[in-house]
Design a protein around this ligand. Structure first.
Ligand code: ATP
Ligand code: MG
Length: 551
C-alpha cells in the first residue's frame, strides 16, 4: 500500500488536528522501554508507531529509558535496546534519555505536592494499604496519616531519601480521592523506599518514583506532545492528568492509548521471555526462536520486513491477536525481493558424470537474483563429481513426470544454471543404501535447449563435490506447539515445542558461500532463506540459521 492509499489511524488524525488548530507546533513523541529485558516484536510496533509519527510530521522521537525500578534493571538491557532500535532504522537525535536523569526534579516536585497539601507520607504497611484501598465495588478509607502536617511529611520524605527509614515502613502518597471509582486515583503511592543500587545513580537514592509519578512528568520535561502507550495504561490516564494539572510543569503532554500487538504462537512479555532465558530453554535472549528483536536479527529477519509488518498493523483502540503467518509473509516478501540466490544441498547424494573429463572444471555463471541486476552473479565450479539432494532421486521409474519432476534412472533433469544430465545407474552399499549415481551430461546444454527428444523432468539444485564448502544448518520451527501458550491452566513452559530446533550437519554449499558474512541474506534455491549465525560460525566453520522456509 502506498501512503496515499493507507487510511490514517486515530493518532495521526489527532496530531493533524492539533497541528492545524495550532495547539501543537512541533510533534514530539517518545519510546519509553524499561531496561528489564530485551525488546520483542510487540515493542517493534510501538517503536515504528512512535518514530514513524515523528518522521511523518517532521518532529522528533526520544528514546527514553524508564529506569525507575532498579532491582530488575541492568545496563546490559540498556545497550541491547539501543542496538535494537538503531537496527530497526530509527534515530532519536542525540543521547538517549533516562528517567533517572530526572530523579532530582521529580523529588522536588514531590516536595511541592506535599507543600501544596496534595501528598503525604503514609505509614500503612502493604497489607493495611490493600485493606484501606477498597475494591471495585467498595470505596476505600482514608489513611490515618492523610492529614499529617506538610512539614512532617517533608521531613520524613527527606529521611526516606537518605536511607534512615526501613524499606516498606513508609511511602509517599498523592492525596486524591479514596472513593474514586478509579482505583488508580485512591491516593496512589508515588515514592517507595528501595535500598537497592541503581545501574546509573548507584546508591545516591534510597527511594524511587512510581511509574505513574515519573512518566507524565518526564514527558513534560522533554516537551513530549503525544505520549502514546498501550491500552493497559488507559486507566492510569486520569492520574497522569492529575499530575500534569497539579504540578508546575514546563509543558502539558497528552496520553493516547492503542492496542498491543499480540501474535499467536508467540510470547510477548519480557518477564516470560526472561524465564525462557534464565531456565535455559533457549540459547539466550537472541536465540533465533525468540520473538526478540535481537533473536529475529540473528535468525536473519530483516529490519525492513519488521517495519513493513508493523506498519501494516491497525493502530486501534482494541487489543487483537495477529496470525504469525502475517508476519512471515512480510519476512518472505522482503527476502524474496532482496536475498541473493545460492545453492546448498542439505542431504547430499554423490553423482559422477561418466562422460565428463576427470580433471576438468568449468566455471558456470548463475544470476545473483532472478530479477535484480544489481546483485552480483555467481561462479559455480562444475566438475565430474557433484552432489544433488537425495530427495531429488527416486528409484521408482514408474512415477509420472507430473508427480516427480526430478531424477529417475533413464531420464533427464536440468541442473540449475548448468547442464542437462541423465541418470544411468545406481550404486548401493552392502546394506542396500544408495551411495552414488552414475550419470551422463549432455554437452552444449548450459543455457541452451537440449536436443530433440530429450525432455528434462525438472530443474534441481546441485554443487560440485570437489569444489564446494561444508556447512551446518540450524532449522527452526515454532517455539510453542499451541497458538496461545499462555492461555490455559498450564504454564507456557509445558507448551514448548521439543522439536523447535533441528540441526542439519555437513550440508554442501556452493563455493561462493565460503565468503558469506553476518548480515547477508540468502535464498538457498528450493530450500529456504538462510543467514550466517554469528555465534556458531568461526573461521573454518560455516553455520547458517534458517530464517524461514520457502512457502
Ligand atoms: P512487557 O509486558 O513485555 O514487559 P512492557 O509494556 O512492560 O512490556 P516496556 O518496556 O514498559 O514493556 O514497554 C515500552 C513500550 O512498548 C511501552 O510504551 C509499551 O506500551 C510498548 N509495548 C510493550 N509491549 C507491546 C506490545 N505487545 N505491543 C505494542 N506495544 C508494546
Ligand atoms: Mg512496562
Amino acid at each position: 500500500m502506498t501512503d496515499i492509499e493507507k487510511p490514517t489511524n486515530f493518532i495521526q488524525q489527532i496530531i493533524t488536528a492539533d497541528l492545524e488548530a495550532g495547539r501543537v507546533k512541533e510533534v514530539v513523541t517518545r519510546f519509553p522501554p524499561e531496561p528489564n529485558g530485551y525488546l520483542h516484536i510487540g515493542h517493534a510496533k510501538s517503536i515504528c508507531l512512535n518514530f514513524g509519527l515523528a518522521e511523518q510530521f517532521g518532529g522528533t522521537c526520544n528514546l527514553r529509558f524508564d529506569d525507575t525500578n532498579p532491582e530488575k534493571e541492568d545496563d546490559e538491557y540498556v545497550q541491547a535496546i539501543i542496538e535494537d532500535v538503531r537496527w530497526l532504522g530509527f534515530d532519536w537525535g542525540g543521547e538517549p534519555r533516562f528517567a533517572s536523569d530526572y530523579f532530582g526534579q521529580l523529588y522536588s516536585w514531590a516536595q511541592q505536592l506535599i507543600s501544596d497539601g496534595k501528598a503525604y507520607i503514609c505509614e500503612l504497611n502493604a497489607e493495611q494499604m490493600r485493606e484501606y484501598r477498597g475494591t471495585l465495588t467498595e470505596v476505600g478509607k482514608n489513611s490515618p496519616y492523610r492529614e499529617r502536617p506538610a512539614a512532617k511529611s517533608l521531613e520524613l520524605l527527606e529521611q526516606m531519601k537518605v536511607g534512615a527509614i526501613d524499606e516498606g515502613a513508609m511511602t509517599l502518597r498523592a492525596k486524591i480521592d479514596m472513593s474514586s471509582p478509579n482505583i488508580n486515583m485512591r491516593d496512589p503511592v508515588i515514592y517507595r523506599i528501595k535500598k537497592i543500587p541503581h545501574h546509573r545513580t548507584g546508591d545516591e537514592w534510597n527511594i524511587y518514583p512510581a511509574y505513574d509519578f515519573a512518566h507524565g512528568q518526564e514527558d513534560a520535561i522533554e516537551g513530549v506532545t503525544h505520549s502514546v502507550c498501550t491500552l493497559e495504561f488507559a486507566a492510569n490516564r486520569p492520574l497522569y492528568e492529575w499530575f500534569t494539572s497539579n504540578l508546575p510543569l514546563p509543558s502539558i503532554p497528552r496520553q493516547y492509548e492503542f492496542g498491543r500487538l499480540n501474535l499467536n504462537y508467540t510470547m510477548t512479555s519480557k518477564r516470560k521471555l526472561k524465564q525462557l532465558v534464565d531456565e535455559g530453554h533457549v540459547d539466550g535472549w537472541n536465540d533465533p526462536r525468540m520473538p526478540t528483536i535481537s533473536g529475529l536479527r540473528r535468525r536473519g529477519v530483516t529490519a525492513a520486513s519488521v517495519r513493513e509488518f508493523c506498519d501494516s498493523l491497525a493502530v486501534a483502540k482494541t487489543d487483537g491477536i495477529v496470525d504469525v503467518a502475517q508476519f512471515e509473509h512480510f519476512i518472505r516478501e522482503d527476502l524474496n525481493n532482496n536475498a541473493s540466490r545460492a545453492m546448498c544441498v542439505l542431504n547430499p547424494l554423490k553423482i559422477t558424470l561418466s562422460n565428463y573429463p576427470k580433471d576438468q572444471q568449468e566455471l558456470l555463471v548463475a544470476p545473483g537474483h532472478p530479477n535484480r541486476d544489481d546483485l552480483p552473479s555467481r561462479e559455480l565450479p562444475f566438475t565430474r563429481e557433484l552432489y544433488i539432494d537425495r530427495n531429488d532421486f527416486n528409484e521408482d521409474t514408474t512415477l509420472s513426470r507430473k508427480k516427480f519432476k526430478r531424477l529417475v534412472i533413464g531420464e533427464y533433469v536440468r541442473l540449475r544454471s548448468g547442464y542437462v544430465i541423465r541418470a544411468d545407474e545406481v550404486l548401493k552399499d552392502a546394506t542396500g543404501e544408495i551411495i552414488e549415481l552414475i550419470c551422463s551430461y549432455i554437452p552444449g546444454t548450459v543455457g541452451q535447449d537440449p536436443p530433440e527428444g530429450v525432455r528434462p523432468r525438472g530443474v534441481i539444485h546441485w554443487v560440485s563435490a570437489t569444489n564446494s564448502v561444508d556447512c551446518d544448518l540450524y532449522c527452526y520451527e515454532k517455539l510453542f506447539t499451541v497458538a496461545a501458550p499462555d492461555a490455559g491452566e498450564e504454564s507456557f513452559i509445558d507448551h514448548l515445542n521439543p522439536d523447535s530446533l533441528q540441526i542439519i550437519k555437513q550440508c554442501k554449499a556452493e563455493l561462493g558461500l565460503a565468503g558469506a558474512e553476518v548480515g547477508q541474506h540468502f535464498q538457498f534455491e528450493r530450500e529456504g532463506y538462510y543467514a550466517i549465525d554469528a555465534k556458531h560460525s568461526s573461521a573454518g566453520k560455516l553455520v547458517f540459521n534458517r530464517t524461514i522456509a520457502l512457502r
